[in-house]
Design a protein around this ligand. Structure first.
Ligand code: PRX
Length: 680
């Protein structure tokens, strides 16, 4: 997993190896109501029934045309699911619920300001708003099936409305996390060759109304420089009827959606009959090279997988009020705020703001007010809420039956606080491990069937067969106590189809390393490599250690060290840059940045700030490094490679190991004194 000869450093190397914890068992009340109480599911989804077992998930959906082949493996590893089937995702999340749930809330939109009223969007209203916006996209913009649009929207009801309107038309949406910079958004417009940018004028964050239109201008300029400006910029108003950004509109380019919509009142659009393998959306994520890559997700397979896992792992019933506090700009939000819960006719909460605004009691007040009974969040949010007041949740009368944690390893002590204080010992917890590339959960306990183990996500979910390999491709047996690289042995319907526009990268990154036979058309020869280090316990539960590549998971957001380093290198004075992950009490991991300067430049506080700002501007404030260390020289091998491993050890106060073979061993001590004395 972590080669000691390596010059690199990664998250998995930093992982603290906590001990195996005792089981916690689901309560009888929870089991009595759970969607899945029949242990046969594990048998039904066992390998002998693969791939037909996934028919059970696809059958939860309404198809225009039933598929002919469940899994086509003729072009490994480009698997195709439900081949021949025809379906529309918007129809499945909206129209089909109208006869039974017309007046039930589909989306509770909770504005960040507590003084602003919560909006309850019923399925009927969602249907109307999605249709009218789809009419605008089709008739005003001329968008058609297969076109791409980039969305750069905050957490508002208009975001799922926009996604669903696109899905209705077969237009491929690519939502860029609203907190990402205009620059990052512009690069993604170009990569996806999007025809339009859809954004909002402003939104609330920590009580302030941010000018988001400013980012749209930067995005447009960036895409323009890259040779692919969007045809138009469409702008939702955060306060309908009032433009509330300081950045003005650009005539002929920028259009206010709220002004255009009245023309489309009452319009209804027939959903497109999409092929199961047609693309539903693109979702960008970071990888080992500087260039962001888009996971390309299908319509039928993806929707079947998120619907099935929402039902059995999230335990969502139509009568539940479900709140996933992630951002829809990430895969968690796509799968488990929008598509999964709405396909099951649940009421899904969309909260605009930060969890601690105006104080750490806010989530529990929202939960009380709306009767939220399923809650889903990340370890970073849990750590942040715990830090803001261990006993705050006790003061509220919310009651959850089920809670999820996702996105990062959760420390057992944090897990227990979540269980005891947030869940009041009433709720089951699922620790769900998966990735942007996967569409839905890979490892988790099935909540009514398997006990929970703090700090461990559990075995593969039904139909997922994980395996841990060592660096030589040897399988590490359960209970061996050794860390290795976690892979999934089989295809599953939620998996991305490829990396948008880069099939070679798809094969290389995820399949090449452990492929047993490149000519084989048997899926058994093509394990999927996730890029995480993991330990498999004797009971088959998986503990994820973190990334084994150049990706840092900062507060659940994936950032590529190469992206961060190239942003630092855009600063005139910087000659070399190296980023390493370091542990952080709240965010799990944060980037620490080392730079050396070009000759003639001097280290100053202003320069440190300028470099930190370059990272925020190029990517996002999340990317701001914990420190910018301006060092006289980088520790290097004799062949000139930067020893990130040594820098990582210094940053996290670990042992640097033998450095005598370096080209410049003396600099290690200089850097160590600089970094470790500063921290005192
Ligand atoms: O390292 C793993 C970590 O997050 C990475 C995936 O990040 P992203 O694609 O942004 O998707 C996040 C939400 C699905 C993984 O490679 N990760 C995700 N979930 C867990 C986790 N690490 C430990 N435990 C988890 N439950």
């Amino acid at each position: 997993m972590a080669n000691p000869e390596s010059t690199e450093t990664n998250e998995a190397q930093l992982a603290v190896h906590w001990k195996e914890e005792e089981y916690y068992y689901p309560g009888t009340q929870f089991i009595a109501q759970a969607n899945m109480t029949d242990a046969d599911i594990l048998d039904r989804f066992g390998e002998k029934n693969f791939p037909e077992c996934f028919k059970e998930y696809a059958d939860m959906l309404t198809w225009y045309k039933y598929w002919e082949k469940t899994l086509d493996t003729s072009h490994p590893p480009f698997w195709k699911w439900f081949v021949g089937g025809e379906i529309n995702a918007c129809y499945n999340c909206v129209d089909r619920h109208l006869p039974k749930y017309r007046n039930k809330t589909a989306i509770h939109f909770v504005p960040e300001l507590e003084s602003d009223p919560i909006q309850h969007v019923t399925y009927q209203e969602l249907y109307v708003r999605v249709n009218e916006f789809a009419a605008l996209l089709r008739d005003y913009c001329g968008l058609k099936r297969g076109d791409r649009v980039t969305l750069h929207l905050p957490m508002v009801a208009e975001l799922p409305i926009t996604m669903l309107a696109c899905a209705r038309l077969g237009v491929i949406h690519s939502q860029v996390f609203g907190g990402f910079s205009g620059n990052a958004c512009g690069e993604r417009i170009e990569d996806s060759q999007s025809r339009f940018l859809i954004t909002m004028d402003s939104y609330y964050r920590s009580g302030k109304l941010l000018d988001h239109k400013k980012q749209a201008n930067i995005a447009y300029e960036t895409a323009h420089k890259l040779g692919k400006p969007p045809e138009k910029v469409l702008i939702w108003q955060r306060h309908p009827g009032k433009y509330s950004a300081e950045t003005p509109l650009v005539e002929g380019r920028d259009f206010i959606i709220n002004d255009l919509l009245p023309k489309y009142r009452g319009h209804r659009i027939e959903p497109e009959r999409m092929k199961a393998e047609d693309i539903l959306f693109l979702m960008y994520t970071s990888g080992t090279t500087g260039r962001p890559k888009a996971a390309q997700h299908s319509t039928g397979g993806y929707l079947a997988y998120v619907t099935g896992t929402s039902k059995y792992i999230q335990d969502i019933h139509p009568e539940d009020v479900y709140w996933c506090m992630a951002d829809i700009g990430w895969i968690t939000g796509h799968s488990y705020i929008v598509y999964g819960p709405l396909a099951l006719a649940a009421s899904s909460v969309v909260y605009e703001g930060i969890p601690t605004y105006p104080d750490a009691g806010r989530p529990w007040r929202i939960a009380e007010e709306l009767g939220v009974n399923i809650f889903h969040t990340s370890p970073t949010a849990i750590r942040g809420l715990r830090k803001a007041g261990e006993d705050v949740p006790r003061k509220y009368n919310h009651h959850f039956k089920h809670m999820t944690t996702v996105g990062e390893p959760i420390e057992p002590a944090v897990w227990r606080w979540y269980y005891n204080e947030v869940g009041k010992k009433e709720a089951v917890i699922v620790d769900t491990w998966w990735q942007t590339e996967n569409g839905g959960f890979l490892c988790s306990t099935v909540p009514a069937l398997a006990p929970m183990k703090p700090g461990s996500c559990g075995p593969g979910v039904p139909g997922i067969y994980p395996v841990v390999y060592d660096d030589d491709g040897k399988e590490l047996t359960a209970g061996a106590g050794k860390a290795g690289n976690i892979c999934i042995r089989n295809p599953w319907p939620g998996s991305m189809q490829t990396i948008w526009g880069d099939h070679d990268r798809f094969v290389k990154v995820y399949y090449e390393r452990y492929c047993k036979n490149k000519d084989s058309k048997d899926w058994r020869d093509w394990p999927y490599m996730a890029g995480d280090g993991a330990v498999l316990a004797a009971d088959g539960y998986v503990r994820i250690l973190g990334r084994i590549d150049d990706v840092i998971n900062v507060a659940g957001h994936r950032l590529g060290t190469k992206e961060l380093e190239s942003a630092a290198l855009t600063v005139e004075e910087v000659a070399e840059a190296a980023v390493v992950p370091i542990p952080d009490e709240v965010k799990g991991r944060v980037p620490d940045l080392y730079v050396s300067l070009k000759p003639g430049y001097k280290p100053t506080k202003e320069l440190q700030e300028k470099i930190a700002k370059a990272l925020s501007d190029a990517i996002s404030p999340i990317a701001r490094p914990k420190h910018v260390w301006i060092v006289p020289d980088m520790p290097k091998t004799r062949s000139g490679k930067i020893m990130r491993r040594v820098l990582g050890a210094i940053s996290s106060h670990g042992a640097t190991g033998d450095v005598t073979t370096l080209a410049n061993p003396e600099v290690v001590e200089t850097i160590r004194v600089m970094v470790q004395d500063e921290g005192k």
